[in-house]
Ligand binder design. Structure first.
Ligand code: HSE
Length: 315
């Protein structure tokens, strides 16, 4: 007899780095992927796990429907780490976050798989325990932390204990994120491969001072602080060449009155921050600039998601 236990997890897109906060700062946005996990049958350890995956929504034909599916890998990771058999499962994905664009689609899959597995298992792990698994799977915390917890999150690792401290950063409602999503992809692996192995003291000092100012600027909604703070020397200078039209979109955003423009995550989506007054104009100018550079892009005013991963149904 099939086991009808089913859980649906909604996970937000994320924008990581926010300029100087490379690999440690990220925010959840109001765009979502949804993952439904339905346990198919009682576990039979003599059988390999049974898997069925259906996908609908944005770029659904691109998503793997076998055991290479990232949400399923995370689902399995949960049970393996807990030394429990992996339940046979039917996964249904509804996708609203574009793939390989710098909006944390991988993080949604990892968080969806872990939160779904935890819920089906009766919620034995806390969110922070799940986050440890997620960071191990993703390799860096800046997408998975806000995808799980919502809001803007700073992730800091203790050198002695290796434990993560996840610190919520208030994001003033006066600061509007604008995401410009081009119609080409850039893999995180490719965008990390261009980074140098080492950085100078001056670049490290530049970034740590800017990320401190950015956090204070976001919290207070201080536009002049954010204007200065959205600068980076650790990753963006090396990645610009991978994003055709970056210079043109940057110039258009700044001329339209944006506070700054950065690469969202590893790119190629670009993120501008703006006041509410100029946001619509900035979005329009960014879209035009990318179009003039030969790139189609979807440009949206976004909001910060405050909820993170939400278990929407449990039956
Ligand atoms: N911090 C990561 C990077 C985010 O910039 O490579 C991408 O997943």
């Amino acid at each position: 007899m099939p086991n009808l236990t089913s859980v649906t997890v909604r996970v937000p897109a994320t924008t990581a780095n926010l300029g100087p906060g490379f690999d440690c700062l990220g925010a959840a946005l109001t765009r979502y992927n949804q993952f439904q996990f339905t346990a198919l049958s009682p576990v039979d350890e003599a059988q390999p796990p049974i898997l069925k995956i259906d996908v609908e929504g944005l770029e659904a034909d691109r998503v793997q429907r076998d055991d290479r599916n990232l949400a399923y890998k995370a689902f399995c990771y949960f049970f393996r780490k807990r030394h429990q058999p992996i339940p046979a499962v039917h996964i249904t994905l509804k996708l609203g976050v574009p793939l390989a664009r710098g909006l944390g689609s991988s993080a949604t899959a990892i968080i969806g798989g872990l939160v779904g597995a935890n819920a089906l298992a009766g919620s034995p792990l806390t969110p922070l325990q799940l986050l440890d698994f997620a960071i191990a799977l993703e390799g860096h915390p800046d997408n998975v932390a806000p995808a799980l917890l919502g809001g803007c999150q700073l992730s800091v690792r203790d050198q002695t204990t290796q434990a993560w401290t996840i610190c919520p950063i208030h994001w003033s409602a006066d600061i509007v994120p604008i995401v410009a999503i081009p119609d080409f992809e850039l893999s995180t692996q490719a965008a990390r491969s261009v980074l140098p192995q080492q950085c100078s003291y001056s670049d490290a000092i530049f970034n740590l001072s800017h990320v401190g100012l950015l956090i204070k600027g976001l919290e207070a909604g201080r536009e002049n602080w954010i204007q200065t703070a959205l600068q980076d020397r650790l990753h963006q200078p090396y990645r610009l060449a991978l994003i055709p039209g970056f210079a043109e979109v940057f110039e258009a955003a700044m001329e339209s009155g944006a506070l700054g423009l950065v690469i969202s995550g590893a790119g190629p989506t670009l993120l501008a921050l703006s006041s509410a007054e100029t946001a619509q104009h900035t979005a329009h100018q960014m879209q035009s600039a990318w179009r003039d550079a030969g790139v189609n892009a979807q440009v949206d005013l976004a909001h910060i998601d405050s909820k993170g991963a939400v278990v929407e149904a449990f039956e």
